[in-house]
Design a protein around this ligand. Structure first.
Ligand SMILES: [Cu+2]
Length: 287
């Protein structure tokens, strides 16, 4: 029975993954689907490791849960008042006490080692090919490309009545942050006002943007496509209306986009900071 369970569950999981795979033709679309139960498909080296760690933890939990369930069933059958009318008065058992202290410690060590490995892996990369700056604002994101002629722009939610066909509600923005796929990208995150959190589930990024501080992480997007996320730190009334949309392009198309973007967003140069308060007012009304 147990053996069957161990083969059935991975088979079902694999089925879901294949199902998810068929959805990705050329441009993948990474966001939660209706009735989705498990994680979004991992689409970066960090996300893959986080996913695997989660599966590993799940199996540890399965074993612990079944073990505790088994012991409880055994106690209920063997030591109920009918089956065992005169209970034993034993109070101490040194061997058992050592075991039930040492085994949980060992389990925690077994969990801690891979957890810390993933944590440090996700923290930063030495060999990044480009840098993107992410800034949180009440209530939109702005992005800067310091390596590419100081391209800078704001990314503001598209209201429901202006959505075009295929644009997911509450996730679409006027200017998605365009990034090259298959490239090591350093991300520097900060905020202009309050604490926000830049979170993209399929890339396993969820990092606070804190005013006066720069937080660093990195990513490497495995495939071209649209990746969606949301602000994940309660930041004010429009917290739910500052989505993240990453458009990952193949490297050559990204170069083409850069040329266009330099024209389109050139006027934004250096004006960002001074515009702060005006933009806040605009965003507040543009709900
Ligand atoms: Cu926010």
């Amino acid at each position: 029975m147990l053996k069957r369970l161990f083969t059935v569950i991975p088979a079902v999981a694999l089925g879901f993954m294949i199902y998810a795979d068929t959805a990705m033709a050329e441009m993948v679309e990474m966001r939660s689907k209706p009735w989705q139960l498990f994680f979004q498909q991992p689409m970066s080296p960090t996300a893959e490791q986080v996913y695997d760690l989660n599966v590993f933890l799940l199996w540890i939990e399965v074993v612990i849960t079944l073990f505790v369930l088994g012991i409880m069933a055994y106690i209920m059958v063997k030591f109920n008042a009918k089956a065992n009318p005169t209970p034993s008065k034993t109070t101490h058992n040194t061997f058992l006490e050592v075991i039930w202290t040492a085994v949980p410690i060992l389990i925690l060590v077994v969990i801690a080692v891979p957890s810390l490995k993933v944590l440090y892996f996700a923290d930063r990369t030495q060999d990044y090919e480009m840098t993107v700056k992410v800034k949180g604002n009440q209530w939109f994101w702005s992005y800067e490309y310091p390596d590419h002629g100081d391209i800078a722009f704001d990314s503001i939610i598209i209201p429901d009545d202006e959505l075009k066909k295929g644009q997911p509600r509450l996730l679409s923005v006027d200017n998605p942050v365009v990034l090259p796929a298959n490239t090591n990208i350093r991300l520097l995150l900060t905020s202009n006002d309050v604490i926000h959190n830049w979170a993209v589930p399929s890339l396993a990024i969820k990092l606070d943007t804190t005013p006066g501080r720069v937080n660093e992480t990195w990513t490497h997007i495995n495939a071209p496509g649209d990746y969606y996320g949301m602000c994940s730190e309660l930041c004010g009334v429009n917290h739910g209306f500052m989505p993240i949309h990453i458009r990952a392009l193949p490297k050559d198309e990204f170069q083409k986009w850069l040329v266009k973007a330099k024209e389109q967003f050139a006027s934004n140069d250096n004006k960002e900071q001074e515009d702060g308060p005006v933009r806040v007012a605009q965003a507040g009304t543009a709900k």
